[in-house]
Design a protein around this ligand. Sequence first.
Ligand code: ADP
Ligand code: MG
Ligand code: MG
Length: 892
Amino acid sequence: MTKWVLSFGPEGAEGGAEMRNLLGGKGANLAEMCNLGLPVPPGFTITTEVCTYYYANGNSYPAELKAQVETALGELSTRLGKKFGDAADPLLVSVRSGARASMPGMMDTVLNLGLNDDTVAGLAKLSGNDRFAWDSYRRFITMYSDVVLEVGHEHFEELLDTAKEEKGVDTDADLEAADFKELVTRYKKLVQSKTGKPFPQDPEAQLWGAIGAVFASWMNQRAITYRRLNGIPEAWGTAVNVQAMVFGNMGDTSATGVAFTRNPSTGENALYGEFLINAQGEDVVAGIRTPQPLTEAARKGNGKPSMETAMPEAFAAFVAVTKRLEAHYRDMQDIEFTVERGKLFMLQTRSGKRTAKAALKMAVDMANEGLITKPEAINRVDPLSLDQLLHPTIDPSAPRKAIATGLPASPGAAAGEAVFTADDAERVANEGRAVILIRVETSPEDIHGMHAAEGILTARGGMTSHAAVVARGMGRPCVSGAGGIKIDMNAEKLTSGGETISRGDWLTIDGSTGQVFKGRVAMVEPELSGDFATLMDWADASRALKVRANAETPLDARTARGFGAEGIGLCRTEHMFFDASRILAVRQMICAETLEGRNAALAKLLPVQRADFVELFTIMKGLPVTIRLLDPPLHEFLPKSDEEIAEVAAAAGVTVQRLTARVHELHEFNPMLGHRGCRLGVTFPEIYEMQARAIFEAAAEVFKATGDTVTPEVMIPLVAMKAELDLLKGKIEGVHKAVEAETGTRIAYLLGTMIELPRAALRAAEIAESAEFFSFGTNDLTQTTYGISRDDSARFITEYQRLGVLEGDPFVSLDQSGVGELVEIATTRGRKTRPDIKLGICGEHGGDPASIRFCAETGLDYVSCSPYRVPIARLAAAQAALAPGKDRREDR
Ligand code: ADP
Ligand code: MG
Ligand code: MG
């Protein structure tokens, strides 16, 4: 019989950390902590398989579930000597969701379940604390109604505010037992009027209601969005954890808190966290009261005492547990705990989310401490997250005016137009404008806006608030809890430090210092030394796949070298042609109707093109440079406006009328499949001859000047047939011979081709007879394999993904089964003809970790990607070499 329910408690558990697929992360780690003998309130976990069953069977439970839950509940009762609904000594539980990958804020937890009009009196008597009992009950009604009965918590907060107003007090702390009792009456009335039914009094009915709500939450909109953004499959499902309550709100010797075993923002090896005395559950992260730091070191003499001084014994016990957990899991832990009348209870542990900077520092530190190995350190850092470290920071010398300071919740600087709602953020960002999302505090409904924004600013909330946690996960700079700012949501403006920022005004935030500036402040590029360099060194020593960059400008080439590129894998010569100072000559060449006309224009282009290559070869100091001869459709270079046509006509010495006719003649219906790539070279050989000459002359010049042997790799695009390549190869060899003779220098070079058409991949064996290297142009290869134009795909690809027709966008991550098979075929056939053929990839995919993994496993020699992706590719290549086939999504 399937076991749908697994118990855990201080004597041990039926599950453990290795069962996270079945128990979810929270359930598996609660079990693991029990197995370690840590103080965990007992309970049981309903497995993720029930969730899967539920959705596969028309929202119904497996037949055995009811009996299994009853058995587990019975065991729990016996263990604690407390019973559900017992007016003298009631069993109270929390009901919590927990999926395989953590999905913070997906569903709110229900605490104090089991309270009703009878048991509340029992709890009061038992604790000797009326206020505590009625406070717990009114909290329970709020949470249960919000999560299960769909009566929003804001209705209850309104009643709470009214109660405070009536009493003339500011905070919940000033309310007394009688006030909470009165609130409970009002809350129950509210539920009756909104749902037409009384608030459920039967604890078993309450429990099943809460269990149902957890499973239902798996399919709510914010969970679906979160899964989509984080690539979490729907099939994983969520588990439900039912756990005996412990109370942090029993007075001055009780507290609740959250902690990280190391600083999740900087990575510093120091206990980090916040706690609140006499508080329950989410009070710490909800920003109701400002929490206090755990340690005196973090308090720095400010504010109320830390946990270290306020409750030294519980603190000491807690510190010992955190050390134990970090050593056991061999990773930084994110921990929740409660102290009930001086006794410590552990409520959660998991590998903590961290900024890229912290991930890097922790990985390097832990390897140096001997806690983990170097290969593990390499695998600890998500390659894509390195992007955050490559983000700019505020230029220290830039003039700026700080108008507010909040908490440095997620590092990096960001500037953009002020927007005040998530929807607005998404709308404006979709227009290609940078925005900063400003909220009083964020909630899971804001996720899409946070994703669209460059940065996030909130007026309320701590370092562990929703805004802070989500921003760090997304790699968005964030300043949270900027208490000095006043936000007027209706007028959409922010006032602070005597300044007003209205919707659309620019502001800059610095998530590393917590500062907020008016206007757009200058920024500087990041420093790539220290831990970054160390980890990169380790990665480089572990990988076989080389990493090159796609670069044509001197700036790109220098950036690429700075990021550790081992050559240029794609220099797109047409980008050099679009330059404003050259486009006229290019247009003149293209529109020329005669060979003489074309040659006249090419003569103007030769010296500038040569100068480009001289600069590039000099920067790359003997590293390989692959230069692709002209590729785009002629179409793209045609003059469009009347002024452009007039300008070209004048330069070429023809009439405007004549040129206009020529432009019409060159018009193409489907340029992507038209007159482009090597077809240009075949029909206008002078163009490729000029380019080859520029390349060889530049190589000779740089060799003479610097002594660096430059080995250019001349690459012919869009080849479908060996005959195309052979024809062009002949021309290029001719130019090569001539330049060697003219310069008296031997110039080594390779001649190869892009493989970006299915026919070329299939005929790779014979193409390799003439090509010394292949570079897979996976952008075009994807377009031509699917028959989908990338530029037109946006309209339907998202719908395909929504319907599950496509899992991912094949233009972002390589379609390994289809396009990938063509790559494999060409690799095998090409190598068979020419065993030492050089193989690389230069599409957008060269910077995508999953595609890089594929390239490593297919045995390519290198990937080439945009300069800012080079570090990502170096790390991804190392991870592919160290742990083939691994899926990183489940790690935390
Ligand atoms: P999340 O996944 O959003 O962190 P949790 O399920 O961890 O939600 O619970 C939310 C809050 O309730 C946390 O502060 C947690 O410590 C507290 N909590 C959960 N279960 C219990 C319990 N049995 N006793 C006391 N507090 C609890
Ligand atoms: Mg939690
Ligand atoms: Mg191409």
